[in-house]
Ligand binder design. Structure first.
Ligand code: WT7
Length: 654
């Protein structure tokens, strides 16, 4: 990483101290860092005691066969018992676990006692379908309570789940069913999206015609949309309400080994077939529970937590299901999109349920910025006290907007770095401890060891950049890639000996705080300088007329790569007439912010950007456009027509 490029984000000098009242009552104080530094494994052994174990572990980490870790290996526990039953036994059966808000406006609240009954019935139902401990169950559901219930029911009987995001196609579903060799699929007739029913069951029917899915013997179907003329395979398909509703409401949870598989979750990856990331029981639950308590400062008696992710992503697994429920939280589960039926829907939900902690992604924050400040201003958001961000680097301007317009210019914003593979949050400010810097995830959490290294694997000094690595195993780390130990070693543990390679570029500022710069494939080489796409995007977004930006390096005969930017202008900004003038203004703005080397060669105003279904910009496709090539695979895009719009905008190359 060149020094010119590094200097830029470090110019961000705004600082936000924790609110005194929050700091005074914070769940976790600066002492935690000291304790973990003094005795890292002892620290995690203490955190494991947050859980109820049937057999308390005496071992902490077994790293005798790296990179295959075992945590708390001689302990035994049941995850569903920890997330549900123990709260009922502790007198919190009447506390609401889930406030469900359907997109059409239907609602359902489930207390912990309700959840215990639902999970118990579903566990019996799966057993009746022949599911045994160790069998894999695929879950392909909308964001409805049955998704949470299904995951917990699987955990309860020791059947690893493989949740497949409901927006994925029949092909993607078939590949995942095949790879995990699933025996049962849980789905729904459909869910609501953008104001209308969106079918799911037909994709399951289609997936199950593909080779490799023959071992699926049952499909359990939730009735959500009431769609008529549903294709039905007798003997295989069974309605949830026919099977689950008649089961007993009591179920005795059985304890499993701490290293028993809890779930497989596929990461899309940019190349090759999807990787089945395997997570296990005791370490995963310990770290999701601890991080949810520490990073969000959750007070289960009074907080209302809302993570806007889909349960199909790891964020939904760890911070809708396992973290919050193991902590006895009350949370919101919302089925639909943020702009249905209007662009204030999320803020209306915050107001309605008195949400105190909101956890969302930069892409959603930038969309809200684009729609305008006046929309959140119409709602009472005063209940909010902590805001979180995850999924990609958050541009400092988006961070500041989030705090100002959603957080009343008062709430801490925690920028949380982690991955499907890490299972839980790894690098993040603590809301009652850290003086926050917009755009930086800042510090590894207590008990976590992360740093930045150069090409040779040497730790870089403060003020320099390179690759993010994790230098010690952590409890919720992936255990392997399902069925492919070698790929696990090659992908994560061979780039730098003995250290986990995250695939992200990063740098340390003068205080040693960590700034994430995006996937290493998203670093451009311009006239011998490494320039991160994230930095140029942040510079563009810091201009008042720009709502969102995506930057790629396009092959260039003179400079190796040339910076090409696609920008969405803020609501109300005129396009057309003076586009050329505006483009020049933006180029000058970037040059001023980052230096002349980072000045984009081309800037194209567009109305949409190509995003994956998890909200990440598909720079690969924009590179195809910038290099005048036929587009690569567009099947993981939310909306493939976006690319037609962008290509139609494209002027002849200068
Ligand atoms: C990749 C992991 C972790 C849940 C959602 C994504 C990027 C994630 C941040 C952040 C900068 C971030 C990284 C990472 N990422 N959070 N706070 N700042 N980048 O899970 O799909 O496995 O993606 O998302 O590039 O490697 P995922």
């Amino acid at each position: 990483m060149s020094n010119e490029s590094l200097a830029s984000l470090l110019k961000e000098e705004r600082r936000f101290a924790p609110p005194a009242a929050l700091a005074a009552e914070a769940n976790v104080t600066a002492e935690a860092y000291e304790q973990a530094r003094a005795d890292r494994l002892g620290f995690w052994a203490t955190q494991a005691r947050r859980l109820s174990w049937e057999t308390e572990p005496t071992q902490v980490l077994d790293w005798s066969d790296p990179p295959f870790a075992k945590w708390f290996a001689d302990g035994r526990l049941n995850v569903a018992y920890n997330c549900v039953d123990r709260h009922v036994e502790n007198g919190h059966g009447d506390r609401v676990a889930l406030h469900f808000e359907g997109e059409p406006g239907d609602t359902r609240s489930l207390t912990y006692a309700d959840l215990q009954r639902e999970v118990s019935k579903a566990a019996h139902a799966l057993t009746e379908l022949g599911v045994q401990a160790g069998d894999r169950v695929a879950i392909y559901l909308p964001m409805i309570p049955e998704a949470v219930v299904s995951m917990l029911a699987c955990a309860r009987i020791g059947a690893p789940h493989s949740v497949v995001f409901g927006g994925f196609s029949a092909d993607a579903l078939a590949t995942r069913i095949h790879d995990a060799d699933a025996r049962v699929v849980i789905t729904a007739d459909g869910g609501y999206r953008r104001g209308k029913p969106s079918p799911l069951k037909p994709a399951v029917d289609e997936a199950l015609t593909r080779p490799g899915t023959e071992n699926v013997r049952s499909v359990l179907v939730v009735r959500r949309t009431g769609q008529e003329d549903l294709a039905w395979t007798e003997g295989r398909d069974v309605w949830w309400h026919d099977l689950v509703d008649r089961q007993p409401e009591q179920h005795t949870p059985q304890a499993f080994d701490a290293e028993h598989p809890l779930f497989i979750l596929y990461t899309s990856g940019t190349t090759g077939k999807p990787k089945g990331i395997l997570h296990t029981t005791g370490g995963y639950l310990t770290q999701t529970s601890y991080t949810h308590h520490a990073v969000f400062d959750l007070k289960p008696e009074s907080d209302v937590f809302w993570c806007t992710a889909d349960v199909g992503w790891v964020t939904g697994h760890s911070y809708i299901v396992y973290g919050p429920l193991s902590n006895g939280a009350t949370e919101v589960l919302y089925e639909g999109t943020p702009d249905t039926p209007h662009q204030g829907r999320w803020w209306e939900i915050v107001q309605k349920y008195g949400v105190t902690i909101l956890y969302t992604a930069p892409t959603a924050i930038r969309a809200a910025m684009k729609w305008g400040d006046d929309i959140p201003a119409k709602f009472d958001l005063s209940s909010l006290r902590v805001l979180g961000s995850v999924g990609e680097p958050i541009n400092p301007e988006a961070w500041v907007w989030y705090r100002k317009h959603i957080g009343a210019d008062a709430t801490p914003v925690v920028d949380t770095w982690w991955q499907t593979e890490t299972g839980s949050i790894m690098i993040s400010p603590l809301p009652g401890v850290t003086e926050a810097k917009p755009g930086s995830a800042q510090v590894p959490l207590p008990g976590i060891a992360a740093t930045v290294v150069d090409d040779e694997g040497n730790e870089v000094p403060d003020g320099a950049g390179g690759y993010l690595v994790l230098t010690e195993p952590w409890p919720s780390m992936l255990r392997t890639i399902w069925g492919d130990d070698q790929r696990y070693r090659d992908t994560y543990w061979s780039r730098f000996a003995g250290r986990y390679f995250a695939g992200d570029g990063a740098k340390k500022d003068e205080d040693g705080d960590i700034w994430l710069l995006g996937r290493v494939d998203d670093v451009m080489l311009v006239s011998g300088h490494n320039i991160s796409t994230t930095e140029v995007e942040s510079a563009l977004v810091s201009h008042p007329k720009v709502a969102e930006a995506a930057v790629v390096g396009a092959k260039d005969p003179q400079t190796t790569q040339a910076i090409c930017a696609f920008v969405i202008l803020r609501g109300g900004q005129e396009q057309g007439a003076d586009e050329a003038g505006l483009v020049e203004e933006l180029r000058a703005h970037v040059a001023k912010q980052l230096g002349p080397i980072a000045k984009p060669k081309r800037i194209l105003p567009v109305s949409e950007l190509p995003k994956t279904r998890s909200g990440k910009i598909m720079r690969r496709l924009l590179r195809d456009v910038a290099e005048n090539r036929a587009l690569g695979d567009v099947t993981t895009l939310t909306d493939a027509s976006v690319m037609d719009l962008i290509q139609a905008k494209l002027p002849a190359a200068p």
